[in-house]
Design a protein around this ligand. Sequence first.
Ligand code: GLU
Length: 445
Amino acid sequence: MTVVVRIAPSPTGKLHVGNVRTSLVNWLFARKAGGKFILRLDDTDTERSTEEFARGIETDLAWLGLTHDFFAKQSDRTAVYDAAAEKLKQMGRLYACYETAEELDRKRKRQQAAHKPPIYDRAALNLTPAEKADLEAKGRRPHWRFKLDGKRVEWNDLVRGPQQIDTASQSDPVLIREDGRYLYTLPSVIDDTDFGVTHIIRGEDHVTNTGTQIELFEALGAKAPAFAHLALLVGAGGEGLSKRTGSLSIEELRNDGIEAMALNSLLAKIGTSDPVVPRATLTDLVADFDMGHMSRAPAHFDPAELRALNHKLLHGTPFEQVQKRLIELGVPGGVAFWEAVRDNIQVLNDAKVWWDVVAGSVAPVIEDQDFAAQARALLPTGPYTEETWHEWSAAVSRKAGVKGKALYKPLRLALTGHDHGPEMRKLLPLIGPERAARRLSGQAA
Ligand code: GLU
């Protein structure tokens, strides 16, 4: 059997961390099995779906490297859904209802008052053709509900284990709205069948829909695929995802300078029994992906952990892989520059600060003019190597009679304008003799 999975985002907003985790797990599952990964846009909600969001989703997935083998969008397939809906109507499984939202609300309140579960009472099934015609003549338009079998639906969830849903405890779900638009439920089942989807991997917020969908697969004469429902993503302290955490858009993270592989490395591992480590390529993540490692417990997403991982990833990134992007950032430094600074940046953008230090202009910080003058007088002529710093600072130490922090801190402040940063033995050769001399004499250089 060839594994076929799909992700089905609705283009009604930007991709966020939660959707990306689902996308990544689907992608890794497909690649590990040598299967196919489908991108399907669930754009039946024509009011809220936009082209711009659709393009944004594709851009984000491409940036992450989550390439798809097949693309579809539901708005192209209305005729297929109409045919299936017609079939369900013929079978008596899809029936017209005319209640308004207020009427339904009143019914629910009455049920609650009588301590009954608020399940739709199927009153519409008793409407005669004359009553329906009368309602339609009054301008009422039907919405369409799927008549559930009211049986126990069971499946063996790849993450949650054996599951069962008693559809008798659910209201018949609305599949088609009053304005004729489909909710995602039916189109999803039809597409999953037509595209040969073998595994539906999605968030656990869809568990309750699964009972309905398995009944729909069966009603339409198809075999339901396997299901895996991933645990929720929560914040670092277990709180629900806030604006600051899970609803962070990928676009925002990209603009903040987060590396695609830092995000992939984190999202592939949170909520699993595996350690979170920086991985350079998706191929590395495929190698150790195992659905059996996905936990049922909520996965903790911590933006601070993401930044720390980004830092570690950059530290291990060779120059050739960032050269082009550094140039785009206005940082035309070479390999020696990269190797000097890569341990002192959290995001690539931070390299700019150190590029100014070695090639631009910084305001030197000098507290003791005499000390700076002594140090300047001892500066060797170029060219500088990684030994220069050691030799020069030793000479300054002997002359000025200071060592340790009292020696290194003022030298660093004068040469870089910062009290921390990359190793001075690596920075000094990049700063060079002329710039060093000017800075030690207090000139911005
Ligand atoms: N469009 C649905 C959503 O974004 C898809 C759910 C599913 O994967 O079946 O929630």
